[in-house]
Design a protein around this ligand. Structure first.
Ligand SMILES: NC(=O)c1ccc[n+]([C@@H]2O[C@H](COP(=O)([O-])OP(=O)(O)OC[C@H]3O[C@@H](n4cnc5c(N)ncnc54)[C@H](OP(=O)(O)O)[C@@H]3O)[C@@H](O)[C@H]2O)c1
Length: 322
């Protein structure tokens, strides 16, 4: 049987290292003295985020270019895939983010197979496939399927909203609740969700790397509470010591209108807000808890996660990339 254990000399590649999750993972893995290589479209974005005295290589590269991926994979044992293509100031659809994400994942899968990469660890989204799943969540599931279909053993982690400073979904929540004592919301406000603290996500990502039994498996990861979006807003306000928010359901509010409105109130551009808002109708709750056997952690309660995120906004890595 092929060896899957991480050895001291193995180097790990992080794709999406400049993102909300990626930059925290760099800090965590470097703290474990794991040798790293980061592939970034703009290496200048890694300035100031690299811990000193650690073995970290930074390579310029884009997942749309096969030669970049091949160069990044040389001598790599495991790669983290922490990438998505949503973004932009407008909701107008150019080449869709789902097409780009499909192409990027396909390019990576093929190059990883050729390079003989042993493992890939992907952080995607919760939500069950089928009619009614939003384009964003369907795309996250499609990337999981593509990465799992290659020769490399893929570990798939599925998460709902991740609570941490600088995360697009968290920033929408934060600005809406902080700025609006009265809110009108579509009926998604009653959809169930299982948010998870970013430090727990990082612990799961690191835990899967050091536990070879997680190779080739899919896990749902979530915090200790299942809430609704309304409950999440209520608990956010409580955690921050704000007055209870008045939330009025307006069933006819469309995702497009909501996203322009979110664009006015929050720093999250409509190009990200629209696909995220479209996904709010889909329940995102863990269906399986088997990750607890392989990576046992103490799960951070939602309100504590909000307090940590808020303290980071003013003191730590809470710089939004928007
Ligand atoms: N944030 C959440 O609440 C949440 C919840 C559940 C799951 N997830 C999953 O977690 C993963 C990471 O998300 P995130 O929130 O960290 O996203 P993010 O902050 O937007 O970061 C995305 C990263 O992808 C990189 N990227 C995009 N296109 C690329 C390309 N063509 N080639 C190379 N790199 C490319 C970006 O690089 P640039 O700096 O060059 O743009 C950036 O580093 C995603 O798979 C996402 O679905 C996130």
């Amino acid at each position: 049987m092929e060896r899957l254990e991480l050895k001291a000399d193995d180097r790990v590649l992080i794709l999406g290292a400049t993102g909300f999750i990626g930059r925290r993972l760099v800090t965590a893995l470097a703290g474990m003295d794991i040798k790293l290589r980061l592939m970034a479209r703009s290496p200048s974005k890694t300035r100031g985020m690299l811990p000193e005295g650690k073995d970290i290589e930074v390579l310029q590269g884009d997942l749309m270019k096969n030669q970049d991926i091949r160069a990044a994979l040389e001598g790599i044992y495991c790669a983290y895939y922490l990438v998505h293509s949503m973004g932009g100031k407008s909701i107008a659809r150019g080449p869709g983010f789902a097409d780009q994400d499909k192409k990027a994942a396909g390019n990576f899968k093929d190059a990883a197979g050729e390079a003989g990469l042993k493992r890939v660890i992907y952080l995607g989204g919760l939500g069950e496939k089928g009619q009614g799943l939003s384009e964003h969540l369907s795309s996250r599931a499609e990337v999981a399927d593509i990465l799992s279909s290659g020769k490399t053993a893929a570990t798939i982690l599925r998460a709902a909203v991740i609570i941490g400073a600088g995360g697009a979904s968290f920033e929408m929540l934060r600005y809406l609740v902080e700025r609006l004592p009265v809110m009108i919301c579509p009926k998604w406000i009653n959809t169930r969700i299982q948010p998870v603290a970013v430090k727990d996500v990082i612990a799961y990502l690191c835990g899967c790397l050091v536990n070879p039994d997680t190779a080739g498996k899919t896990y749902d990861i979530g915090g200790p509470e299942v809430l609704t979006y309304r409950g999440m807003m209520d608990q956010y306000a409580e955690a921050r010591g704000l007055a209870k928010r008045i939330i009025i359901d307006v069933p006819l509010l469309t995702p497009s209108l909501s996203s322009y409105w979110v664009d006015l109130v929050t720093p999250v551009p409509a190009g990200i807000a629209h696909p995220l808002i479209e996904g709010l109708k889909n329940e995102v709750v863990c269906r399986d808890s088997s990750i607890d056997t392989y990576v046992p952690i103490t799960k951070t309660p939602f309100k504590e996660a909000v307090k940590i995120a808020f303290s980071e906004e003013t003191s730590g890595p809470g710089v939004t990339g928007f």
